[in-house]
Design a protein around this ligand. Structure first.
Ligand code: SAM
Length: 283
């Protein structure tokens, strides 16, 4: 965007910024400009258009320039505004947690479909968006959530505070090397499932800005599913189930085979894009 020599109204900034983002290949250009301005002015999108004749002044204009610079450098807009939406709610996010993905919302859809349970454990909670949504949607009486990353646990804790939630028990725990000493009705997880050899193929905004511990198992992408198959009897109550996100169609057969080889039953479900995204596993 050109340096402002004349005062710029909000509407001019939206239009100019949108053109600039489009030139740089940013798809959702108008919406992202609106999000940045809403964040700076602490207002809603409707307010923004009510105030469209207002001039953006010194400090705020500088904030907008910095945000746009970071975005053009490939940083996801959620990191820049410090929040990401999941299931219609805004969660705090930063460089230590995976930005919540709309395709993961199908996990909540499956929980709702299967009915409320007594105990639910989420492994690899990141921002806490799945466990907190399960609590806010009243899908389990007791909810536990773990992550290997203490910085992620901190973010999940901040999100619990944001939603005035004190009922989820959060703990740092390494699922690949540590055990749990109780069983749960549902164990849910969106584990790191990108194979190490696929990391180079990811978009820059994912590869460089989501934490790599959230993306890859540093192996073939299937390490966590093998561990879940191995731990099933120790982790899941007799009438309970595992609910796991998977990396789309290419992973479906490999993941199902891991569980079927452990004498477990699987059923996979598609996301709104028509890709297999979730597997449910039962004994
Ligand atoms: C794909 S992210 C999912 C984050 C969040 N649940 C979501 O869906 O937005 C995977 C999470 O697993 C955590 N993780 C990685 N290795 C782990 C391990 N060995 N034990 C527990 N959590 C682990 C990462 O820190 C990351 O937060």
């Amino acid at each position: 965007m050109k340096t402002a020599t004349i005062p710029l109204r909000i509407i001019d900034l939206i239009n100019r910024g949108m053109d600039h983002f489009k030139e740089k290949g940013i798809g959702n250009a108008r919406r992202e400009m609106e999000w940045f301005l809403c964040e700076i002015l602490k207002c809603t999108r409707i307010d923004l258009y009510m105030r469209f004749e207002e001039i953006l002044l010194g400090n705020d204009l500088q904030k907008l320039r910095n945000m746009m610079k970071r975005r053009i450098n490939g940083e996801p807009f959620q990191h820049i505004i410090g929040k990401g939406t999941f299931y219609g709610r805004d969660f705090k996010v930063n460089q230590h947690v995976l930005t919540p993905r709309p395709e993961s919302e199908i996990l909540i859809g499956r929980l709702k479909n299967n009915g409320k349970v007594t105990s639910l454990l989420e492994i690899g909670t990141g921002s806490g968006c799945i466990a907190i949504t399960a609590a806010l949607e009243n899908l389990a009486d007791k909810i536990y959530a773990t992550d290997i990353s203490s910085q992620a646990i901190e973010v999940a804790q901040q999100n619990m505070t944001l939603f005035s939630m004190s009922t989820i028990q959060l703990a740092r725990h390494d699922f690949l090397t540590q055990q749990f000493n109780s069983k749960f009705d549902v164990v849910i997880s969106n584990p790191p499932y990108i194979g190490l050899n696929e990391m180079d193929t990811l978009q820059k905004e994912v590869r460089e800005f989501d934490p790599s511990v959230a993306l890859t198992d540093e192996n073939d992408g299937l390490t966590f599913y093998r561990r879940f198959a191995d731990q099933y009897g120790e982790l899941v109550n007799p009438n309970g189930y595992l609910l796991l996100e998977i990396g789309g169609n290419p992973q479906k057969d490999a993941v199902e085979t891991i569980f079927q080889n452990a004498e477990l039953k699987t059923e996979s479900f598609k996301d709104l894009q028509g890709d297999y995204r979730v597997v449910e596993v039962r004994s």
